[in-house]
Design a protein around this ligand. Structure first.
Ligand code: NBP
Length: 475
């Protein structure tokens, strides 16, 4: 039998995607550089469906029906290029090579252009949901040509997560669009995690709640508008007790957050595109701060307020923090979607933000009820310029803002770091402002660098002769 699709790279992600395809009734050719992984997969899971185990790339390519559909699931970076170089010469025009790894979208653009010259469809596909998602239904974000999606879409939609019967997979746009939106997805994930962590810290320090009491709070929140995978797992992590010490696990884990790079990429690209994703950036920096043992050690004795005085905060603080979290989350997601709009315009992708929100409702790490609200906002008759101005978010921000301001003020007063909440509120107030102090900055720039400024009342560029008679020239 010829296989409908093949997967090369059978570490945890590739093996689980192959199993997911086989469990859905597709015959899957499987291959891995070291043959032991292929053997293990077929030995342990061969009964789940129809696999064709292949030892060599030649055998693998020969096992596939045409046009061939090959999913590459290897370590991102040089290994992906090595695999492309190995397989591309064996493929024919019209065949499809899908990179499901976490590639940088600029690498995907380069690879797509090179393979297009050889007549091969290269599809950079973001795959979210970790190993469990890969097996049980991930959120899939394929880029590449429309033509390739016609052949790949039905298979990918088949194995993707489903929400209300709708698959969490759609064609995102040409070349690097899929990996771009996956990158921003991860950036949003960083921001969301940081905000949840701050909410935890504020309630723990502010009200002295224990991790298990906080687990109950998050469970409660998970029944409302914050309902999401990340809130759900937060409760589970907080409830976990360390077997060796008997302490809450969260108190035993070293407080240094690590990162693999997609959050950093999101911010780097946002800077290039000029999109103010301050919530995501703050989240990346907060992880970086946590990892700077040297700075933290040196600064530990710096003066600060002496804790939270007894009786100042009461039970109402829990609801304040919940609302502040929701408002900050709206900001972070709005910024992420702004970045997608900017990337889409820069590279001509025409990404549909409503369709994207739809496929992020399930399978991926940021899956949440909230994404349904975002979908509704973008699918309304008058899609908003930024999500903040969608009527349902205007209402939510209005309801939350008093709490949000109180929480940020309390955090500052009691010396509890809340960079995510604070930056989100500052962004909100900046966008709302009638006038920003940017006018003064323009004056300073003109003073020292003759960079000129524009006026509110007349067209043109102006310069004040600061070191002369201070008259204005230009127009
Ligand atoms: P890894 O990222 O750990 O990669 C291991 C695989 O890459 C093995 O199959 C290995 O083959 C293969 N490989 C390497 Br390394 N160098 C190679 C080369 N030069 N030629 C051929 N094959 C090579 O696997 P993973 O954790 O399953 O992730 C796969 C991709 O999916 C990555 O891009 C990752 O970023 C992405 N991703 C991972 C997750 C997750 O939760 N883990 C989630 C979403 C996306 P070998 O067996 O012969 O060494």
């Amino acid at each position: 039998t010829q296989a409908q699709i093949g997967v090369t790279g059978l570490a945890v992600m590739g093996a689980n995607l192959a199993r997911n395809l086989a469990r859905h009734g597709h015959t899957v050719a499987v291959h891995n550089r070291s043959q032991s992984r292929t053997k293990t997969l077929v030995e342990e899971h061969g009964h789940e469906g129809s696999f064709v185990a292949c030892e060599t790339p030649e055998e693998f390519v020969a096992a596939l029906e045409r046009p061939r559909r090959v999913i590459v699931m290897v370590k991102a970076g040089a290994p992906t290029d090595a695999v492309i170089e190995e397989f591309a010469p064996l493929l024919e025009p019209g065949d499809m090579l899908v990179d499901g790894g976490n590639a940088h979208f600029l690498d995907t653009r380069r690879r797509e252009a090179a393979l297009r010259e050889r007549g091969i469809h290269f599809v950079g596909a973001g795959v979210s949901g970790g190993e469990e998602g890969a097996l049980l239904g991930p959120s899939i974000m394929p880029g590449g040509s429309k033509e390739s999606y016609e052949a790949l879409g039905p298979l990918l939609e088949d194995i993707a997560a489903k929400v209300d019967g709708v698959p969490c997979c759609t064609h995102i746009g040409p070349d690097g669009a899929g990996h771009f939106v996956k990158m921003v997805h991860n950036g949003i994930e960083y921001a969301d995690m940081q905000l949840i962590a701050e909410a935890y810290d504020l309630l723990r320090q502010g009200l002295g709640l224990s991790p298990s009491q906080l687990a109950d709070v998050f469970d409660e929140w998970n029944r409302g508008e914050l309902s999401s995978y990340l809130i759900e797992i937060t409760a589970e992590v907080l409830r976990q007790v360390d077997a060796s010490t008997g302490k809450p696990l969260v108190d035993v884990i070293a407080d240094r957050a690590e990162q693999k790079g997609t959050g950093r990429w999101t911010v780097q690209i946002a800077l290039d595109l000029g999109v103010p994703v301050s919530g995501i950036a703050e989240a990346v920096f907060a992880r970086s701060v946590s990892g700077h043992a040297d700075l933290r050690e040196a600064a530990r004795g710096l003066p600060g307020p002496s804790g939270v005085p007894a009786g100042v905060l009461d039970e109402s603080f829990v609801e304040d923090v919940r609302r502040a979290l929701y408002a900050s989350k709206i900001i972070a997601y709005a910024q992420g979607f702004d970045q997608i709009r900017a990337g889409s315009a820069e590279y001509g992708w025409e990404v549909d933000p409503g369709a994207l929100a739809t496929i992020w409702r399930g399978g991926c790490i940021i899956r949440a009820v909230f994404l349904d609200r975002i979908r509704e906002a973008y699918e309304s008759e008058t899609p908003p310029v930024t999500l903040l101005t969608a009527p349902l978010f205007v209402e939510a921000l209005g309801l939350a803002q008093d709490s949000w301001r109180r929480v940020v003020a309390r955090a500052a007063e009691f010396g509890i770091p809340a960079p995510g909440f604070s930056t989100a509120l500052a962004y909100y107030d900046s966008l709302r402002a009638e006038r920003l102090p940017a006018a003064l900055i323009q004056g300073q720039r003109d003073f020292f660098g003759a960079h000129t400024y524009q006026r509110t009342d007349r067209e043109g560029s102006f310069h004040t002769l600061w070191s002369g008679d201070r008259s204005e020239i230009g127009g």
